[in-house]
Design a protein around this ligand. Structure first.
Ligand SMILES: C[S@@+](CC[C@H](N)C(=O)[O-])C[C@H]1O[C@@H](n2cnc3c(N)ncnc32)[C@H](O)[C@@H]1O
Length: 374
């Protein structure tokens, strides 16, 4: 097991979900740089500490004795941090987990922000954090230099106050920002809204949600090829984002029970708002979870999926694979998994290997919609 060795101690850390022989580390040079900096500079007083966007607890676990708040939009980050705390024999209550829709109580003395891939998510977080800062709060951002742009620093300047950066060390940089109480940054532009032409539904998306400004072109193509039926059935929108697939499927399948899943708290909250706006009290489930974890085996008639191709900065089809494998477990005998993907991703090969069958429902120059039956 990889060990993070920093001035605060030595910590065995793993990514989440856990895999045997995971070639990737659970931390990066920006985590090391920030922990080294905190050791050299010291933590201010014993006041409240907030850590945002820590992927697997690489900051939270070494700083657990300060009883930090750990804020993240990712269910995997929450579970990964808990698992790493347990491996380091640290009690779970040493950290207070917050979703990106929640806020710490009161004011923070120190805020550590790992720079997320989504600038929109960062912007929303800075707006949400601002009321929890006082003039003496120290705010330190950390990220790999390639993820810190002029636009990133401009956000800190515009929403919080004067901002400077450190020299790069092992291709990582730190950002230092001091809250300016006199600054008036206006209000957060999030959540965003767009109208779905076909149904007229107004789709709301919290910051950081996939394709929040307009319908993604792959999703648009998928919408033209969703099945319609008057049967009672269970339809799962797997990796639902703002829930646009599930909401549209619910319109075309009026007696269907919908289940929405995503590992992003903001995605599931958006899907729930969109479903409720369209259908009021119609029964549905909204689950923040990893792929289909917790959904009973053999319970679904139809699973819809537009798979992700990255987990934060790690690109690849391993999450799609995992989603397909879990879909096979959760479908009833004869149930269908319907997937949209870029042609070049070759999902049909994977689905055929896994299910023994796969047919093309529709295709255009860029995308294919595929279906497979259990
Ligand atoms: C390509 S987007 C599709 C979103 C939406 N279905 C659409 O078509 O607009 C993929 C979604 O999968 C979610 N996701 C990524 N990893 C996941 C995981 N391990 N479990 C559940 N959802 C995940 C992402 O948060 C994202 O919302």
């Amino acid at each position: 097991m990889d060990r993070l060795i920093v001035p605060q101690g030595t910590f065995p850390l793993r990514r989440y979900p856990r895999q045997t022989r995971d070639p990737l580390r659970a931390w990066d040079a920006a985590d090391e740089y920030l922990l080294q900096h905190l050791f050299e500079e010291g933590l201010p007083g014993s006041g409240p500490l907030l850590i945002a966007n820590d992927a697997f607890g690489a900051l939270t676990v070494p700083l657990a004795r300060h009883r930090p708040w750990m804020l993240s939009d990712s269910f995997l980050a929450h579970r990964g941090t808990e698992a790493n705390l347990a491996d380091c024999a640290l009690p779970p209550e040493s950290v207070r987990l917050l979703t990106s829709l929640e806020a710490p109580e009161g004011l923070c003395d120190l805020v550590l922000i790992k720079i997320p891939k989504s600038l929109a998510l960062l912007e929303d977080q800075l707006f949400r954090l601002r009321p929890h800062l006082h003039p003496g709060t120290r705010i330190i951002g950390a990220g790999m230099a390639k993820a810190i742009h002029t636009s990133t620093l401009a956000l800190f300047e515009r929403i919080l106050g004067p901002t400077t950066t450190s020299l790069a060390r092992k291709k990582a940089r730190l950002i230092f920002s001091s809250p300016d109480p006199a600054l008036d940054p206006g209000t957060s532009p999030f959540p965003l809204r767009f109208r779905l032409e076909e149904t007229g539904d107004l789709i709301v998306s919290h910051a950081g949600v996939f394709s929040r400004e307009r319908l993604d072109i792959g999703t648009r193509f998928f919408l033209d090829h969703l099945p319609a039926s008057s049967e009672e059935q269970t339809i799962v929108d797997l990796g639902c984002g703002n829930g646009v697939l599930g909401v549209t499927a619910a319109r075309r399948n009026p007696r269907a029970h919908l289940v929405f899943t995503d590992e992003s708290f903001m995605a599931v909250a958006s899907a729930e708002e969109n479903f409720r706006a369209a259908f009021g009290e119609r029964q549905a489930q909204f689950r923040v979870t990893d792929a289909l974890a917790g959904i009973p085996r053999g319970s679904a008639d139809l699973i819809l999926n537009n798979p992700p191709f990255h987990q934060e900065n790690v690109v690849g089809d391993q999450i799609a694979w995992r989603m397909f494998r879990e879909a096979k477990e959760v479908l009833r005998e004869g149930g269908e998994l319907r997937v949209v993907g870029n042609r070049h991703l070759g999902y049909h090969v994977k689905l055929k290997r896994l299910f023994g069958n796969c047919t093309v429902v529709a295709g255009n120059a860029k995308f294919v919609v595929l279906k497979t039956r259990r």
